[in-house]
Structure formats: structure tokens, C-alpha cells
Design a protein around this ligand. Structure first.
Ligand code: LLP
Length: 436
């Protein structure tokens, strides 16, 4: 496919989205006109920029230049095969949280040895599957999980490589649903049990201690919580090593935020310059490092294209009803999240400006995508919901028997269909009528 690109007028990139720009009046990704893609593939439609993903990755690579590091893309942010393939080809490892995610990594050409397996509730089946594949490390979250993993590994004649996720009790200052490193969270091993848990792990015959890890939350926009976390992690490493257990690698998790709406997260390279300076100052700069970024690698590389179906003036609110909904874009309904909404064509003709709640067709009042947005639109116009690369398609559902949207990956002038639109037949494939 080679969609036409508009060349008229000056190009102006959207703030925080260097690969998304208006060329004259037409919104483009990497120079490809989005209205042409919407016309060809229909809406709702996710469009991702490969260059934006690689630029986000490059910021981390710059930050770690000269260090022994493994960047494991936290694929829960966007687990579509075509996206995983970009990161696998760029040499990344993957942070997984299920056996299904492991199958996706392998299907996309990722290496099992660069996979780390996080999560509080791994099943024996998933442990066996991951050991069989030869993953790099299990990020274990409790003593009970350690015992089961040791038993499963021994039954296969193996020793499981393990890192223990500790709970550093640091406030990431983000939405409570995505804060994970505070006391009272289900994640990680509590402070006072960390050394004991390592002593226990070191005695288990099916366990091989490799590292230590943490993850304090997501959409973090400040440096201070990371600096506090580094201090606490290094204290743990000293205490554990003092007990004779060697820690080969330190994994600082993910969590770096993106700019959705005036957010000002540090750039990955600036953040890591500060964190590495702290590691060096405390004499740990030589250690192998791991990180698990998700959102910051893909969030601002993706948009969701949608069409205005109807404008509905109301007594208290005006509604702009679009063909994308909370099943495609669940973040506003779940976290009251803000996603910018912009027109695909800026000079679409005379339209009066009004303030709208932008809502989807789903039968719930929670089905909103944007509230109190000033738009100059009419039915049939196309819009782009920005910052839709992370935690949108991977959290999409079939609620209201809505098929999941199609996905495109733009790579320069090449446009690749990486997911076909899901049909009702696709959704019903595994269902059976009783006696049928
Ligand atoms: N590592 C672990 C163990 C995690 O639990 C997560 C995210 C990450 C890494 C990646 O974090 P990131 O770099 O993407 O912030 N659905 C929510 C976000 C949930 C994050 C869950 N854990 C949202 O849409 O905001």
C-alpha cells in the first residue's frame, strides 16, 4: 500500500508527537495522510508510527550508552504482533505477565532468553511453559510463589532463574489504580521480609537467584520517586549481599510517563543520567541493569482514527457521538484519563465551534472519550484520538459485540496492516449452541 500524501502547506508537528503533523490542513503520520488510511480501512482504526517507537527506544539507548543493560519492553502496553516485531528486531527483550504473552513474543520473533516474567499470580502451567521456553528470569512476588516455582523447576530437572520483586514503599504520585510500590499494594515483597525471602530462595534446590526488581507505578512524571527507589533498592542489594547471596542484576521496572495533556515527564535519557549518577556514586555502576518500560515506548506512537456519527445537542451538554468507544479506548472510563482529540482535516469548511462531550455508541454513561472539548465538527468528519499507542488496543474488549479495530503500522511511506478488523464471526468462533 502506498497512500497519497498531501504536500501543500507548511508542516507543523503536534507538541509531544514529533511524527504526527499537519501538512497544510491534513493530519499525517510520518508524512502519510491519515484521512486516506481511514477511507481505505474504515474506522475506528489504530495507526502506529514505527519511527516514533524507535525514537522513544533510542532515548533509553542513549541514556544507557556504555552500560550493561537489557531493555525489556513491557508488552502489556501494546502486545500486537507487528509492534512486538519492531522491538524484537531492535534487540529488545520483553517483560511478560502471562503464558499468552510468551507465545506472542515467540510468534513475533523475540528471544526467550531475553524474556522476564512478572506478575503476582503465575500458574504452574505458565511456569512450566516459561521454563520449557528457557526464559531469562522470573520476577517472583512472594515466598509462596518461590516454593511452587522451585517444585515445578525441580520436576523438570531445572533450576529457575529468579529475581525477587521488592516493594520499596515509594509514592509514584500517579493514579491510585496504577501505583504499585506502596505499602498496602498487592505487589512485591514487603521491606522487612526482603532479606529473609532471599535467604529462603538461596536454600531452595529449584531456584537460582539472579537479581532484584521493582516497579513502583505507571505514568510517573517526576524524577524524585525514581531517585528514592534507587536508594532503597541499593540498600536492599547491600543487605542481601551481606548475607552472602549474590545479586547479578538490578531491574528498576518501568513507569515513565508520557505527555497526554501538558504532562512534563523527564526524557528517558535525562532521567537515566540522574539515576546512573546515583548508582555510580554508591558504587553499583558496574552491575547489569534491566528496565521494563511500556507506555513510554509506544504511547505517543499511536492514534485512533474515528468518525463523527451524530451531533446531539442537549439541555446541559452537547454530545459528539463517534464510532470509537470505551471498548476501543478504555482509559477515560477506567482512569478518567485525558486523550487529546483533533480533526484529521483542519479546514473542512464552515463549522461552528461548540463544547461537546465526545462519546461512543456503547450503552453506558461511562462510555466517554473526552469531556468538555471545544470542537468545530459535523457528522461525517474524521477525528484522531491521540496518545493511543499504549493500554488501548491491549485493553480493548468486545463489549456490545463490537469487533476490535484494525491496526496499521506506518514505516516511512510503507503502511502495513498488522491487525484486521475483527468480525462478529471472529467473536463467535469459540462459542457453541447447547446441543448444536
Ligand atoms: N513492569 C511491570 C511489572 C508492570 O506492572 C508494568 C505496568 C510495567 C513494567 C510497565 O509500566 P509502564 O512503563 O507502561 O508505565 N492500564 C494502565 C497502566 C497499567 C500499568 C500496569 N503495569 C493505564 O492505561 O494507564
Amino acid at each position: 500500500m502506498n497512500p497519497s500524501s498531501s504536500t501543500a502547506g507548511a508542516s507543523s508537528a503536534l507538541p509531544g508527537h514529533p511524527f504526527v503533523a499537519y501538512q497544510g490542513a491534513a493530519l499525517q503520520v510520518e508524512g502519510v495522510a491519515l484521512s486516506a488510511l481511514a477511507a481505505e480501512h474504515g474506522t475506528p482504526l489504530f495507526v502506529y508510527s514505527k519511527a516514533a517507537m524507535l525514537a522513544a527506544l533510542a532515548a533509553y539507548q542513549r541514556g544507557f550508552a556504555g552500560r550493561h543493560v537489557q531493555i525489556c519492553y513491557a508488552m502489556k502496553a501494546n502486545s500486537s504482533l507487528g509492534v512486538l516485531q519492531v522491538f524484537a528486531q531492535a534487540g529488545c527483550g520483553f517483560d511478560i505477565v502471562s503464558g499468552g504473552e510468551l507465545e506472542r513474543v515467540l510468534a513475533a520473533g523475540g528471544q526467550a532468553s531475553k524474556v522476564i516474567f512478572s506478575g503476582v499470580g503465575k500458574t504452574r502451567r505458565e511456569m512450566r511453559q516459561a521454563l520449557q521456553a528457557g526464559i531469562g528470569c522470573f520476577n517472583v512476588e512472594s515466598e509462596a510463589e518461590l516454593d511452587v516455582l522451585s517444585e515445578v523447576a525441580l520436576s523438570m530437572g531445572l533450576r529457575a532463574p529468579v529475581s525477587i520483586r521488592v516493594n520499596p514503599d515509594v509514592d509514584p504520585k500517579t493514579h491510585p489504580y496504577i501505583s504499585t510500590g506502596l505499602k498496602g499494594s498487592k505487589f512485591g515483597v514487603a521491606h522487612d521480609r526482603v532479606v529473609k525471602t532471599y535467604q529462603h530462595a538461596a536454600k531452595l534446590p529449584g531456584i537460582q537467584v539472579k537479581g532484584i526488581d521493582c516497579h513502583i507505578g505507571s505514568q510517573i512524571t517526576e524524577v524524585a520517586p525514581y531517585l528514592d527507589t534507587v536508594d532503597k533498592m541499593l540498600d536492599f542489594v547491600s543487605d542481601i549481599q551481606a548475607e552472602g547471596v549474590v545479586i547479578d542484576h538490578i531491574d528498576f521496572g518501568g513507569g515513565l510517563g508520557i505527555n497526554y495533556h501538558g504532562d512534563k515527564p523527564p526524557a528517558a535519557d535525562d532521567l537515566w543520567a540522574q539515576l546512573l549518577a546515583k548508582l555510580d556514586a554508591r558504587g553499583f555502576g558496574h552491575k547489569k541493569l534491566m528496565i521494563e518500560p511500556g507506555r513510554s515506548l509506544v504511547g505517543n506512537a499511536g492514534l485512533c482514527l474515528t468518525e463523527v456519527l451524530y451531533l446531539k445537542p442537549g439541555e446541559q451538554k452537547n454530545f459528539c457521538i463517534i464510532d470509537a468507544a470505551m471498548n476501543d479506548l478504555p482509559r477515560p472510563a477506567m482512569y478518567q484519563a485525558f486523550h487529546a482529540i483533533v480533526p484529521l482535516q483542519r479546514d473542512a469548511g464552515p463549522r461552528s465551534e461548540s463544547v461537546y462531550d465526545v462519546v461512543g455508541p456503547i450503552c453506558e454513561s461511562g462510555d466517554w472519550i473526552g469531556r468538555d472539548r471545544t470542537l468545530a465538527v459535523q457528522a461525517g468528519d474524521q477525528l484522531a484520538v491521540l496518545s493511543a499507542g499504549a493500554y488501548c488496543m491491549s485493553m480493548a474488549s468486545n463489549y456490545n459485540t463490537r469487533g476490535r479495530a484494525a491496526e496499521l503500522l506506518v514505516d516511512g511511506q510503507q503502511v502495513h496492516l498488522i491487525r484486521e478488523r475483527e468480525s462478529a464471526a471472529d467473536q463467535m468462533r469459540h462459542e457453541r449452541l447447547v446441543g448444536g
